[in-house]
Design a protein around this ligand. Structure first.
Ligand code: MN
Ligand code: MN
Length: 304
């Protein structure tokens, strides 16, 4: 009888041939990691183009194409402490999914590690925010996501900023790239409690001035959430609800660079690989590298 590949040496040899679909630079286990990546393949409340449940692995595959040395920051990701836990199971129910995210991120925050969550749709961000008090939040999004409820669901992905406002309080959220909001949202009393920076305002003022505004208003730790539809569809076509006239990829990169040392939680949501030409997942993978590399670069210079 054969060993069916269960002999120790055979199995070790086989392991080297297979792709375990981790972020390529995630060479640490959880215990030694500073950055903890995981996927949440959930897209049940998406209103237009589904498929964000497929994005975590699409981002991981795109990431395989990137160098492990980031020449722009002089950072070798092999020397950074990154873990990839894999994906949460794909639950049907939004309430259950959010509470799972809440439980997982609570442990990660308590261990003083930084969660990097790969959506999935934007509603999953609510789970992470539930653990946080006295933090500021920066959102990249084409949409205000400010409906009180949508399709009778308060945890629909169209309600994320509204829920975050309830948890974090007024003047704690800046959402950048806004160019789609309903009359009901913009006329609501609470709308002025969030600073919505339209994509057009970014274009007219320049991203440096917007970054200066963020820095003048925010002095706490920051939770950073990237809804990929905030970026122009030319750079990020594979999203659930695309909206023309968006941010430049470099605008978002510069915001990440400027805030990296303050960021305690990070997510990238709303990519749907079914409508992508590959660029959206690639850009998401690069944002992860830009975040880790710029943060490590700031910390390294701080130590010296
Ligand atoms: Mn959103
Ligand atoms: Mn959006």
């Amino acid at each position: 009888m054969g060993s069916n590949g269960k002999e120790k040496n055979n199995a070790a040899e086989l392991n080297g041939h297979f792709n375990h679909l981790k972020i390529a630079d995630a060479t640490n286990d959880y215990g030694t990691a500073d950055y903890v990546i995981f996927g949440v393949p959930f897209d049940n409340t998406s209103s237009y183009r589904r498929g964000s449940r497929l994005a975590p692995n699409s981002i991981r595959i795109a990431y395989d194409n990137l160098e492990s040395y980031e020449v722009n920051y002089g950072i070798d990701f092999g020397e950074c402490n990154i873990a990839d836990l894999g994906d949460l199971p794909a639950y049907e129910d939004v309430n259950y999914t959010i509470s799972e995210v809440e439980d997982v991120t609570r442990l990660i925050f308590n261990d003083k590690k930084i969660p990097i969550m790969l959506g999935g749709e934007h509603s999953i961000t609510i789970g992470a925010i539930r653990n946080l008090k006295d933090v500021d939040m920066v959102i990249i999004d084409a949409h205000s996501d400010f409906r009180d409820s949508y399709f009778e669901n308060k945890f629909n992905h169209a309600c994320v900023t509204r829920r975050a406002l309830e948890m974090l309080g007024r003047d704690k959220i800046i959402s950048i790239g806004t160019r789609s909001t309903s009359r009901e949202e913009i006329e609501s009393e609470a709308y002025k409690n969030v600073r919505f920076v339209s994509a057009n305002e970014v274009r007219l003022k320049g991203i440096k001035n917007i970054i200066n505004e963020i820095k003048s208003k925010f002095d706490k730790n920051i939770y950073f959430s990237i809804d990929m539809d905030g970026i122009d569809p030319a750079y990020a076509p594979g999203v659930g609800t695309p909206e023309p006239y968006g941010l430049l990829a470099n605008d978002v990169k510069e915001i990440i660079n400027a805030l990296a040392d303050k960021i305690i939680g990070f997510d990238i949501v709303e990519i749907t690989p079914l409508y992508d030409n590959g660029n959206t997942s690639m850009l998401a993978a690069k944002f992860i590298q830009d975040f880790i590399a710029s943060r490590e670069n700031i910390l390294k210079n701080f130590k010296n």
